[in-house]
Design a protein around this ligand. Sequence first.
Ligand code: NAG
Ligand code: NAG
Length: 233
Amino acid sequence: MVQLLPILHLTILSLIIYQPSLASGADNPTKGFARVHLDSSNFIVEKPYDVAVDERYSFINGVHRFWVYSTDKPHMPSSNTKPRTEIRITGHNYTSGVWQFEGYGYVPSGTTGVCIMQMFGGTSSATTLQLRVYNGSLTYYRSPVMAENIYDRWFKVNAIHDVGASSVKVYINGVLKYEGADRGAGTHYFKFGVYEQNDPSDYMESQWKNIKVFKKEKHDISPTPQPQPQLER
Ligand SMILES: *[C@@H]1O[C@H](CO)[C@@H](O)[C@H](O)[C@H]1NC(C)=O
Ligand SMILES: *[C@@H]1O[C@H](CO)[C@@H](O)[C@H](O)[C@H]1NC(C)=O
């Protein structure tokens, strides 16, 4: 009895501690990952080549705002791609491992036919993942829809690329919304902003904040750790 009591105590405490995550139904996609260092030197802004950066991008109170017009030029004179204003994350190119992008996105009503986040690099296509917006829905490329009615509110994105397993997972607001194969080997990196796709609006905008990148070198094959309440400290 004397020995059982502390165990009961711990069990009850751990139930209390774990209640919030159970109640919301949300997973923790960053569990087991380590954050990599990011500062402004890791962010390269790509914008139509004939305009200044501040004509298509601002960074105010921690919020990156990107906008572009369907009549805009590509990001380089030599490029045939559609107009974009995007940040490319540099210094963390990867060809192996398990990598994760986290950020909060916001798309104003009216923006459509646009890619707002990418995992660059692949074999069967130039990208491993595109998150797009069509008519207020957030989609994996053109389909499937991952979330509806995303206009005018912040949503959390966690996108995971497991290169060894050739898999991609996308969590929206902490809930797994897409899981599938990647598009082959390549040099990969993350991008976010606005990049015109099919059936675009004349004006496209997205905002992003709290951008983080995480990395896991190996698969976590250890058993799920039990909660360890820190009673003794
Ligand atoms: C990252 O990869 C891109 C595309 O392959 C390349 O242009 C760029 O130089 C690479 N950056 C670094 C820091 O290796
Ligand atoms: C978006 O809405 C427009 C107008 O209702 C429609 O023509 C278009 O097909 C829709 N696009 C998608 C991808 O659902």
